[in-house]
Design a protein around this ligand. Structure first.
Ligand code: GDP
Length: 667
């Protein structure tokens, strides 16, 4: 049972319960999130008994009384460390708030049995426990504030519920055949096959299945971005894009790390799913072994008494693809009551892909979730606006309408919308402007929040950056690499204040200016007016086509933030044998070189015994009445010392000659 759930049942704050358990004899460890059910039942029983409850709570107060004796200083410090946590937080943002390395946080989470990558979201309960372990006082951000940071939860009010085709996402370990499977499914469409298999890659497509269903639905929409990108999209902005997941496992390979990662995503999103056991055409294929491995993860096939449909198939030879599609539709039939939309209701969609086409301008793929998107309508998605000029489906056919679950490519955005942003339509120009103002406000709130964040960290050597990239895949790769780079450079903290897809726009520049950030573009360009704004706001903007060039630039920027190190090398030592003259501002002395060389025009330190008493500069150096550049070990010479306290230096003092050079910062 979750500790928070147990706390709720015994009507105590989680923190207090955590302190109480060891006093009750249950040492579950400081970092536990769960307690086993047996212990939970015992605790409930004990704390439900008034007498016992009072006894334990008294123990707690005693314990706290002891704690209160800790010094006021300590207390003050712990009181100052307050963290505000929303309902959900992305691991890397959380790491930033805690001021620890994201990888370290991932490890901490793993210790708690939570498998999450740096870009995953974790829930408030998990985050709160970890934050407390790091000594923070946790305060929950209210839902209102949460919304301010651009986490748009989309609540579509469905008045007139109608069944709609399910949206399916394919996940699994790399090379297990996700892409091949998506291709094989697409090719089941006769019309496409007849066209010679030429389809546009638009990030999603729909196929029909030859099966009569109770709901009357016989179509399935597939999101055609396998793997990582699909995860990110499902997480985006609280919108749930997919209704059903397919977990692909190769029959000749088995359960692998990304299979487990995919499974944990599926479970966390509470997505219904089925398993495609792929590559059964291969000789090494062992279907039973896969089922066994999955069962160990509590994914039990129907034929073994579990509830997970597993379809052995070959994406390569298309064997069993028809059965797989039928199984998907059957799973849909079980879930159909929650897969609904109102085709006549308000239009809500999600941008699932976007890029800039050299000829056509901003191009976005939208999956309509509610309502029917029509050509000619004014649209807004995040800070992008436009009007649906042309809509095409996955076959490249121009369509006038896109009903729920129907993916379309839209031309007509003025700027590129971010992947994951929610698309709305506007009734008229006035409505569009109003919605645009609302969106802008949200963006500026994000900028402000980040500014506070970087000030709070109060590091002079912070490099704030804003990244724009062409597609989600490259953006995420970049983010990961930048996080790695950041942990390689202890002297500078790289803060990613915002990321986005598409062209670099005015709002990017404004945000960068507000947070003193540089803007890095990858495979994208800056809009002309944004360029002018960047010049007037003195925002540094650079675009790249090669990731390593971008990283090199970033390294260079970090280097500039690091104070160069002065390296001192001693070149020689001499004894001041005789002082000939002390005059206004200089001393003429005879020296004998004991070690190395004494060079003209260099700095020297003067020592008496071990103690440095003065420093000086050799303005002239002679040997045998001749001006020389250096005098070496064993030789005698004469020096004119300046910049010294001329009364201080005495015969017998040691002069140490040194050079100081700035050392290149190595990153
Ligand atoms: P992804 O990384 O999961 O998208 O995997 P791909 O679809 O790119 O497939 C990886 C490799 O496995 C490719 O060489 C495919 O041709 C091969 N492959 C995929 N499905 C099958 C299959 O059913 N049978 C066989 N023999 N090879 C397959």
């Amino acid at each position: 049972m979750n500790l928070t759930e147990l706390a709720r049942q015994v009507k105590l704050p989680t923190k207090q319960l955590k302190e109480l358990l060891p006093l009750m004899g249950y040492d579950i460890g400081q970092k536990a999130i769960k307690v086993n059910n047996k212990i939970a039942q015992e605790v409930i029983q004990k704390l439900n008994n008034k007498k016992q409850r009072d006894k334990y709570l008294a123990l707690l107060t005693q314990d706290q009384a002891v704690e209160e004796n800790v010094s006021i200083e300590d207390k003050k410090e712990s009181e100052e460390k307050i963290i505000h946590l929303p309902d959900h937080i992305v691991v890397k943002d959380f790491a930033r708030e805690l001021d620890i390395n994201p990888t370290k946080l991932v490890v901490e989470l793993m210790k708690q049995g939570v498998m999450a990558s740096v870009t995953d979201k974790i829930d408030y309960e998990t985050a709160a426990i970890i934050a407390e372990d790091f000594g923070f006082k946790v305060e929950k951000l209210s839902a209102k504030k949460d919304e301010d940071v651009l986490d748009e939860e989309v609540n579509i009010e469905v008045k007139n519920k109608k069944y709609r085709p399910p949206v399916v996402v394919v996940m699994g370990h790399v090379d297990h055949g996700k892409t091949t499977l998506l291709d094989a499914i697409r090719n089941t469409d006769v019309a496409i096959r007849e066209k010679g298999g030429i389809t546009q890659h638009i990030g999603a497509y729909q196929v029909s299945v030859d099966l009569k269903t109770e709901s009357g639905i016989n179509k399935i929409t597939f999101i055609d971005t396998p793997g990582h990108e699909a995860f990110s999209m499902m997480r985006s902005r609280g919108a749930r894009v997919a209704d059903i997941a397919v977990l692909v496992v190769a029959a000749d390979d088995g359960v692998k790390p990304q299979t487990i990662e995919a499974l944990s995503h599926i479970r966390r999103s509470e997505l219904p799913f089925l398993v495609a056991i792929n590559k059964i055409d291969k000789e090494e294929a062992n279907i039973e072994k896969i089922k066994k491995e999955l069962s160990e993860l509590n994914v039990i096939p129907e034929e073994w008494g579990g509830d997970v449909i597993m379809v052995p198939l070959s994406a390569k030879t298309s064997q069993n693809i028809d059965k797989f599609l039928e199984s998907l539709l059957l799973l849909y039939e079980v879930e159909k009551d929650s897969i609904v939309a109102d085709p006549d209701g308000e239009v809500v969609g999600t941008i699932i892909e976007s890029h800039v086409d050299k000829g056509a301008g901003p191009v976005a793929t939208v999956l309509v979730q509610n309502g029917t998107l029509k050509a000619g309508t004014d649209i807004i998605a995040g800070d992008a606006i436009g009007r649906v000029r042309v809509m095409k489906n996955w076959k490249g056919e121009v369509v006038k309408e896109a009903p729920p679950s129907y993916p379309v490519v839209i031309l007509g955005f003025k700027n590129v919308p971010q992947v994951g942003s929610i698309l709305y339509t506007a009734k008229d120009k006035e409505d569009l402007k109003k919605k645009q103002r609302e969106m802008r406000k949200r963006v500026s709130v994000v900028g402000f929040k980040n500014k506070i964040l970087s000030q709070k960290r109060n590091l002079d050597n912070c490099l704030n950056i804003l990244i724009k990239a062409d597609v989600l895949g490259s953006l995420e790769a970049l983010e990961e690499m930048i996080i790695d780079l950041d942990s390689d450079i202890p002297e500078v903290k790289i803060n990613i204040i915002n990321t986005g897809l598409g062209l670099i726009t005015d709002s990017d520049i404004l945000m960068a200016a507000g947070s003193d950030a540089i803007v890095l573009g990858f495979n994208t360009e800056i809009l002309t007016e944004a360029q002018e704004l960047a010049i007037s706001k003195k925002v540094d903007v650079k675009t790249f086509h090669i990731i390593y060039d971008l990283l090199d630039y970033l390294k260079q920027k970090c280097k500039e933030k690091i104070q160069p190190k002065m390296v001192r090398t001693e070149t020689g030592k001499a004894i001041i044998a005789k002082i000939f003259r002390r005059e206004n501002g200089f001393i003429i002395a005879g020296i004998r070189v004991k070690e190395g060389r004494i060079e003209n025009k260099t700095n020297v330190d003067i020592y008496r015994g071990d103690k440095k008493i003065d420093s000086a500069f050799i303005d002239e150096l002679q040997s045998g009445k001749q001006d020389v550049g250096e005098v070496v070990e064993g030789q005698e010479g004469g020096v004119k010392l300046v910049d010294a306290d001329i009364e201080e230096i005495q015969e017998g003092d040691i002069m140490v000659c040194f050079k100081e050079e700035t050392e290149e910062v190595e990153i």
